[in-house]
Design a protein around this ligand. Structure first.
Ligand SMILES: *[C@@H]1O[C@H](CO)[C@@H](O)[C@H](O)[C@H]1NC(C)=O
Ligand SMILES: *[C@@H]1O[C@H](CO)[C@@H](O)[C@H](O)[C@H]1NC(C)=O
Ligand SMILES: *[C@@H]1O[C@H](CO)[C@@H](O)[C@H](O)[C@H]1NC(C)=O
Ligand SMILES: *[C@@H]1O[C@H](CO)[C@@H](O)[C@H](O)[C@H]1NC(C)=O
Ligand SMILES: *[C@@H]1O[C@H](CO)[C@@H](O)[C@H](O)[C@H]1NC(C)=O
Ligand SMILES: *[C@@H]1O[C@H](CO)[C@@H](O)[C@H](O)[C@H]1NC(C)=O
Ligand SMILES: *[C@@H]1O[C@H](CO)[C@@H](O)[C@H](O)[C@H]1NC(C)=O
Ligand SMILES: *[C@@H]1O[C@H](CO)[C@@H](O)[C@H](O)[C@H]1NC(C)=O
Length: 243
């Protein structure tokens, strides 16, 4: 009984310590962003105009990018604390983990244990000039494929345009095609009223996997009215290359 009580006290103590959070860093290893012409909005760290890292008191970035690496952003206190917390914004199907001191979002594998290739259904958006196909990153990974290894009919690295974002609580990778004849192996066909642009997205297996699997591939096709006056009706969207 006594042991039980002690345990409870101990647990309460750790809980209080966690919820109290760590102290704001008050040292002077870095300039305060308020004291320099700073940017905590557009870059991927808080920097002064001379590019030196600074300590913010407000920050619009992903919290994992607000502070110098040895600190963590505490939004309730609006400061950088000395405690290292994995506070990166991850999707609901990911978890934040430390890897070599970096905060990364890693897939929660247990959410995808029963998935098969049939679940991999890309969502295709046909804009007049750009075709986008989005798939769940964690699904691709849990099926044993490397989402970074994607390539098109023309496997040149000059044909690799993709980005990722969080949509509906999932990390989506979006692959883009330029809807033009002759672009990166596009296959263009037509019937009496429409022109169809098709390309194939391929993924290789995750290199660390010992089991051999065939690479996976899916076709993306968009149909366009023959009369469509593309550039007159739609603003041209740029292809996005994410590294
Ligand atoms: C800050 O970094 C940017 C991008 O790397 C560079 O263009 C700029 O010249 C740098 N500014 C200073 C003051 O070093
Ligand atoms: C991962 O997913 C499982 C199953 O949905 C869930 O029980 C678990 O809490 C998740 N883990 C994290 C760290 O979110
Ligand atoms: C996977 O399937 C097993 C057996 O049908 C089931 O017990 C388990 O809950 C399923 N897991 C998920 C994450 O759906
Ligand atoms: C593949 O694409 C690259 C980059 O766009 C281009 O330079 C090359 O000529 C293409 N190859 C073929 C066989 O179309
Ligand atoms: C993420 O990408 C998808 C697919 O391109 C797009 O529809 C969506 O608007 C994007 N979401 C955000 C929050 O940028
Ligand atoms: C494809 O377009 C060409 C030129 O407009 C036309 O002559 C041909 O009949 C079309 N093909 C089909 C299968 O309709
Ligand atoms: C993709 O389309 C090409 C050309 O239309 C076809 O030959 C191929 O079988 C298709 N591949 C898949 C995976 O559907
Ligand atoms: C394409 O043609 C169909 C039938 O002629 C028409 O209903 C549709 O609005 C057209 N779409 C565009 C984007 O012009």
């Amino acid at each position: 009984m006594l042991k039980m009580k002690l345990l409870c006290v101990f647990m309460l103590a750790t809980f209080l310590k966690q919820s109290a959070g760590a102290d704001c860093y008050t040292g002077n290893a870095y300039t305060k962003c308020d004291d320099c012409d700073s940017d905590c909005f557009t870059s991927n760290v808080c920097i002064c105009s001379d590019n030196s890292t600074c300590l913010p008191s407000t920050c619009d970035l992903d919290p994992s990018n607000c502070c110098p690496v040895e600190f963590s952003w505490d939004s309730s206190k609006a400061c950088c604390t000395v405690e290292k917390t994995c506070n990166r914004i991850c999707a609901a199907d990911e978890e934040c983990i430390f890897q070599d001191d970096n905060k990364i979002c890693e897939c929660n594998k247990s959410m995808y244990t029963n998935k098969t290739k049939q679940d991999l259904k890309p969502v295709v958006i046909c804009d007049s000039d750009i075709i986008s196909a989005s798939v769940s990153r964690c699904l691709v990974q849990s099926l044993g494929y490397d989402y970074n290894s994607f390539y098109l009919n023309n496997a040149s690295s000059g044909c690799v345009y993709h980005y990722n974002n969080i949509t509906n609580n999932q990390r989506l990778d979006t692959y883009q095609l330029d809807a033009k004849q002759g672009w990166c192996g596009n296959i263009v066909t037509n019937d009496s009223s429409k022109i169809y642009v098709t390309n194939t997205v391929h993924f290789n297996t995750t290199p660390s996997l010992l089991i051999t699997k065939n690479p996976i591939a899916f076709n993306i096709t968009c149909g366009y009215n023959k009369t469509l006056q593309t550039s007159l009706q739609f603003a041209l969207k740029p292809l996005i290359r994410y590294v």
